[in-house]
Design a protein around this ligand. Structure first.
Ligand code: ASP
Length: 342
């Protein structure tokens, strides 16, 4: 089976040219690097991405490092420390995209610590864009990623047991709340005292010194979701989009609402049509709210965007969304985003 699968990938590669990723150094001096990440846990992501950019590295390497750092952080909401689905399994989604529209994505991936790096392998080593479920896991193992134990972090286990008490299936996420008083460390805790999260997704977009844009998005998705549910985060055009002529955008929040408007593609297209990153994020959020203003009061969606010239925008449905900027003048600065509903 394994061999025939490998054979299939080889054969398909003959039919569809595989994306060959060429590891070129960034061109020097044509621009000022910038990295922007969703949420205040973006401090962790930016701290991993920024040295790559400072070293004249490529934006694609910087955003992958951001994803790895945040997937390593057991206190964060993404990666194997995240909340499980309603059957008790942690399932991960991630994607990555570079300045040449090369992209890779994994969804419904279990027991693999770094979905962002598997997504990059999909981009580099296969003729495909997206692998899901057991197939994504098999590919990851073939690529040398260890299969981790199928366990929950102590915090996730606590939250799951609590959820099981009434197992209420209410997929409402990202409604911001007052942060836990127990919060310590360089950023506010992703998890509250009762085990719930205030967000589940980390996205990073970056511009390198050579003028190349790239982005990544990684998540454990909505906590206690239906088994098999996939949100916007691994979907190129919804959770992430990069167009090197224009800009890049990444989303967080209720994935279903982002998918309905192809959120990040929409933001980038608005920028192509002359909107600033800020205006583009605002108009994309307004498009989502316009569908059903009353429903929009009960969920969060937020976008961050980065223009080709390094300009930044962010906007959210609800207040409480923040994001983190590093650009040489400021490093790891957390900024509160404006929102539609004050
Ligand atoms: N966008 C993620 C999803 O829908 C969740 C989140 O950002 O909170 O899976």
């Amino acid at each position: 089976m394994k061999n025939s699968r490998r054979q299939f990938v080889k054969n398909s590669a003959l039919l569809i040219p595989a994306v060959r990723y060429v590891n070129l150094p960034a061109k020097e001096g044509s621009g000022k690097p910038v990295v922007v990440s969703t949420w205040d846990s973006g401090v962790i992501a930016n701290a991993a991405a920024w040295p790559v950019l400072l070293d004249q590295g490529r934006a694609i390497d910087a955003v992958e490092q951001a994803g790895i750092a945040i997937e390593n952080d057991i206190n964060c909401c993404v990666g194997l420390g995240g909340n499980p689905d309603r059957d008790g399994y942690v399932t991960l989604d991630a994607c990555i995209m570079d300045d040449q529209a090369n992209c890779g994505s994994v969804a419904f991936l279990e027991r693999i610590k770094h979905p962002v790096s598997v997504a990059r392998k999909v981009m580099e080593e296969t003729p495909h864009v997206m692998l899901v479920g057991i197939g994504a896991q098999q590919f990851a193992v073939e690529q040398g990623f260890p299969l981790e134990p199928q366990t929950l972090s102590p915090e996730a286990e606590k939250a799951y047991k609590k959820w099981l008490l009434d197992a209420n299936y209410e997929p409402v996420i990202n409604i911001e709340r007052t942060q836990s008083k127990k919060g310590k460390g360089p950023y506010a805790p992703a998890r509250f005292d009762d085990g719930s999260f205030n967000h589940d997704t980390m996205g990073t977009i970056a511009l390198d010194g050579g003028g190349a844009l790239s982005g990544m998005c990684t998540t454990s998705g909505m906590g206690f979701k239906m088994r098999g549910r996939v949100g916007d985060s691994p979907i190129i055009g919804s959770g992430l989009f990069v167009d090197n002529e224009v800009g890049a955008a990444v989303a967080t929040g209720q994935g279903e609402e982002v998918i309905r408007v192809s959120g990040c593609h929409l933001v980038v297209e608005l920028m192509r049509n002359g909107r600033t990153p800020q205006e583009a994020c605002e108009q994309a959020v307004e498009r989502i709210i316009k569908r059903d203003r009353e429903k929009a009061r009960s969920f969060q969606v937020a976008f961050i965007a980065l223009g080709k010239n390094g300009s930044i925008g962010a906007f959210a449905v609800q207040k409480g969304f923040n994001y983190t900027i590093s650009n040489g003048e400021i490093e790891g600065q957390v900024v509160d985003a404006k929102s539609f509903f004050g």
